[in-house]
Ligand binder design. Structure first.
Ligand code: GRG
Length: 344
């Protein structure tokens, strides 16, 4: 998901100007993350666990926990909100270690992926260990938080396995193939991306003692925001300018992942179309030609519209949050706008 450091700095500065200053909370999240990765008698584990943490990342999910909690009147440095921010970032980090092994990724957060530096085994174990650290923190926050995180982690795993089943490589996993349809894709995006973003917002609502309707609204907001971000990224993967989104356009196509614009184009053009043939073969020249076709295809505009609809629904969900701190809700609304502003 591309959200530039400049955009994050802009959000935190705007929040501070309007009386919702996230920065004290984010600084505490940073300290606590480093503490959670400490393993004094196992320097290897500490080095691997800190590797991606120290490599950057936007801390988007902790920001959502803090903003959602502040909307309910909590301070940004509220200890329970900070712990929840740490939990969601640890879970996110854990998925990144796993994801990079699954995809044999070479780069993450601008550095060689952890398994390139160590190994698949060490990377997976470090990811599992961070997940366990997150679970310990959840236990201290109570059963409801632990239940939410367990069900979110289940979603993340379900989304990943569902993606495998819809991919060209399903047979390599002895996995029954499922057709790569629009419905299938949206389900994967919901489970892989929107679920943890929704949980982050829900935690903020729960831990700041907001009424049930507001907690549901924040969860709905987070889910829609997660969908909007991912769908906008999918459009940028086709229409983006090299270097702008931190990756080359066509990355999804090269990996054989059929995102929403591609699925919509295939629905329109049919299985015998030139596009279908190019995607089936998928060599470098095919991907270039497919990118050119997709950039001129009405499906790209439809996918852009779908992203905008999700962002609008996210903003609308916020109307049911009776905020103690309107500036925090403004910050959330701004994020929804930003999610799709990038796609024009
Ligand atoms: C170990 C819990 C667990 C799950 C294993 C691998 C897996 C199952 C799930 C993969 C989930 C995944 C990596 C989804 C992609 C989510 C996503 C949009 C990542 C990019 O997030 P950003 O842009 O990244 O917020 P930064 O680096 O800024 O934090």
């Amino acid at each position: 998901m591309s959200l530039s450091p400049e955009a994050i700095a802009d959000l935190t500065a705007r929040g501070a100007d309007r009386g919702a200053d996230l920065r004290p909370g984010l600084a505490l999240v940073e300290q606590a993350l480093a503490r959670e990765a400490r393993a004094p008698d196992l320097p290897l584990l500490e080095a691997v666990g800190r590797y991606l943490m120290d490599a950057g990342g936007k801390r988007f999910r902790p920001m959502l926990v803090l903003l959602a909690g502040m909307a309910g009147g909590a301070e940004a440095d509220d200890a329970r909100l900070v712990d929840a921010g740490v939990i969601v970032e640890l879970v996110h980090l854990s998925t990144l270690y796993h994801d990079d092994v699954i995809d044999a990724a070479t780069i993450r957060r601008g550095l060689p992926a952890a398994q390139m530096k160590w190994s698949n085994t060490v990377s997976i174990l470090a990811g599992d260990w961070l997940l366990a650290r997150a679970s310990l923190l959840s236990a201290a926050l109570g059963v409801e938080v632990t239940r939410l995180m367990a069900s979110t982690i289940a979603d993340l795993c379900q989304g990943q396995i569902r993606e495998v089943q819809g991919s060209r490589e399903a047979a390599d996993h002895n996995a029954p193939t499922v057709p790569a349809t629009r419905e299938h894709y949206l389900k994967v995006v919901g489970e892989k991306t929107a679920s943890l973003i929704a949980a982050s917002c829900r935690l903020g609502g729960m831990l700041s003692g907001q009424p049930p309707a507001a907690i549901e609204a924040l969860t709905d907001y987070g889910w829609r925001l997660g969908m909007a971000f991912q769908l906008a990224d999918d459009v940028l993967d086709i229409a983006g300018i090299a270097g702008e989104a931190g990756k080359l356009p066509g990355t999804d196509l090269r990996e054989g992942v059929k995102t929403l614009p591609v699925l919509l184009a295939l629905e329109a053009d049919g299985p015998d179309s030139e596009l279908a043939g190019l995607l089936e073969r998928g060599d470098a020249a095919d991907v270039e030609r497919a990118l050119a076709l997709l950039n001129d295809h009405p499906a790209l505009g439809l996918a852009r519209d779908a992203a905008k609809l999700e962002a609008a629904a996210a903003a609308q969900a916020l109307e049911a949050v009776d905020a103690t701190a309107p500036a925090a809700v403004e910050g959330l609304a701004w994020l929804a706008e930003y999610a799709v502003g990038r796609v024009g």
